[in-house]
Design a protein around this ligand. Structure first.
Ligand code: ZN
Length: 495
């Protein structure tokens, strides 16, 4: 039996009940990380951002979270090169680079993209290549339990036997009988007893770049094995959450479940969480379709399908505007919409910082329920689109106060500021010092513009129209839009 594996993750308070008996105050989460051959793309951004939100939220709730995200760096290099897709892997061989140089090159770029997206680093980022001994030991226990067999130097998991004893395919709802029946016909002279069997250890072909000694052959571990092994090593034989993209449900996560039950006699994971996929202009992303856009290309706007560059915060905000279980379609229109929405939100935050308190509040009711509504949205299966809608409600209130159509007390303003910095900043991970979509290093420049406008204001007060106009025109020529506000102050933005 696989208890809880199919339970829908829909309530943080329910999770609280379920985590507490196991290990009070602590949560263990494992997320399938990237295969680091090739530059980071949108497919990497979505799970990273989804589970970053979960990591941030659980941490905010007071849990001590151990977040493990693996690096897949064995078993795929040669395969990609043979497909002719990964030119750099080929280059590594031709130029006699260490495979680890290639891994590190892409890993550095992945980390840079994640930093730009404000994705927090996980607690542990184990490499599959650094856990070969553990994987070999894990295979031995599965062989001892009778759920694997050796064939010509490779080791395969016996899926039909596991299916008879425990059931295979429960997480994805696949019908294993159907699966066995349809794949059997396709099978040629395989080393496997059954086409559904999967490799725990593969004997390396002579041209395979990365291989290690084992009791069975010089080879490398199967892909599914690294997650079972490293998850258990760092989070224990039972842990709370395992995440990844929906495309990993089958076969990857089914195989992980089978391995852990064969190894431990019971499943390891309490909750499985899967983010949905992304499409580009309604199509699946793929190298052959010409719509494979890297994160770097999004940030610089250098791909022909992109009308302009999109800042990392725009990408992040766009992904969070959809629920993680829903699909997200990237298009220039949708991204421009997200960019404008984020700008409105950050302008709201910027105005909020400058609002002056009044003796009476006309927005007390909205303010008093805001925090609770934000928590309820997050507790409801991490409903970030609803959370964002609540924050836009707050923006409307801020604009009313700013326009003189509403007033708020100091306590209400403090509460608004606290909710914004907690939910928009800490939990959604939007950089709040990024009010113009630039970097935090823009702050001194913003202050310089404020200073110029203050000089203009003083000039106007002294009826020095020449100086006042000169500053206004010069700023307009650079691209600033300046608006005088009712209270005699000013607002500016970069067009
Ligand atoms: Zn995995």
């Amino acid at each position: 039996m696989i208890p809880n594996n199919l339970t829908i993750y829909n309530s943080m308070s329910r999770c609280k009940e379920l985590f507490e008996p196991l290990h009070p105050g602590r949560v263990g989460m494992y997320v399938c990380g990237p295969t680091v051959y090739g530059d980071g793309h949108l497919g990497h951004a979505r799970p990273a951002i989804t589970f970053d939100i979960l990591f941030r939220y659980l941490t905010h709730l007071g849990y001590k979270v151990r977040y493990v995200r693996n690096i897949t760096d064995v078993g795929h290099l040669e395969h990609d090169a043979d497909d002719g897709e990964d030119k750099v892997a080929k280059k590594a061989r031709l130029e006699q680079l260490e495979p680890m140089e290639v891994v590190q090159f892409y890993l550095n770029r992945y980390h840079q993209a994640m930093d730009a997206l404000n994705v927090l680093p996980p607690s542990i980022e184990p490499h599959a290549s650094g856990h070969i001994i553990e994987q070999i030991e894990y295979i031995k226990t599965i062989l001892d339990a009778g759920y694997a067999y050796v064939s010509e130097g490779s080791v395969y998991f016996d899926v039909p036997k596991f299916n008879r004893d425990h059931g295979y395919g429960k997480l994805s709802g696949r019908n294993i009988d159907e699966l066995l029946a349809t794949t059997r016909e396709l099978d040629g002279q395989s080393q496997k007893r059954n086409p559904a069997d999967f490799a725990l250890w593969k004997k390396a072909a002579p041209e395979h770049i990365m291989h290690w000694p084992s009791p069975w052959s010089e080879g490398f571990p199967g892909w599914h094995l690294e997650c079972s092994t490293m998850g258990e090593k760092y989070l224990g034989a039972q842990f709370d959450i395992h995440g990844g993209g929906m495309d990993l449900k089958f076969p990857h996560h089914e195989c992980e479940i089978a391995q852990s039950v064969a190894h431990n006699g019971q499943p390891t994971v309490h909750y499985w969480m899967h983010n949905n996929m992304i499409t580009i202009n309604g199509k699946k992303m793929g190298k052959s379709l010409g719509n494979f856009i890297t994160l770097e290309e999004f940030f610089t706007g250098s791909h022909p399908l992109l009308a302009q560059p999109y800042s990392p915060m725009t990408i992040r905000f766009f992904i969070l505007q959809a629920h993680y279980r829903g699909t997200v379609d990237f298009s220039n229109d949708a991204l421009q919409g997200a960019e404008a929405a984020l700008k409105r939100m950050l302008e709201g935050w910027k105005r909020l910082r400058d609002l002056k308190p009044a003796d009476q509040s006309t927005v007390a009711e909205t303010v008093s329920t805001l925090r609770q509504r934000c928590y309820e949205a997050m507790d409801d299966d991490l409903n970030t689109p609803v959370l964002i809608a609540h924050l836009f409600d707050a923006c409307r209130v801020i604009n009313q106060i700013n326009d003189g159509n509403a007033t708020a007390t100091q306590a209400d303003l403090d509460e608004l500021r606290s909710v914004f910095s907690t939910f928009l900043g800490d939990i959604l991970g939007i950089r709040l010092d990024d009010a113009q979509g630039g970097e935090s290093s823009m702050k001194p420049y913003e202050e310089a513009v404020d200073l110029l406008l203050q000089i203009r204001k003083d000039a106007k007060a002294n009826k020095d129209w020449a100086t006042s106009d000169k500053i206004r025109d010069a700023l307009a020529a650079i691209g600033f839009s300046v608006k005088d506000t009712k209270d005699g102050g000013f607002e500016w933005s970069l067009k």
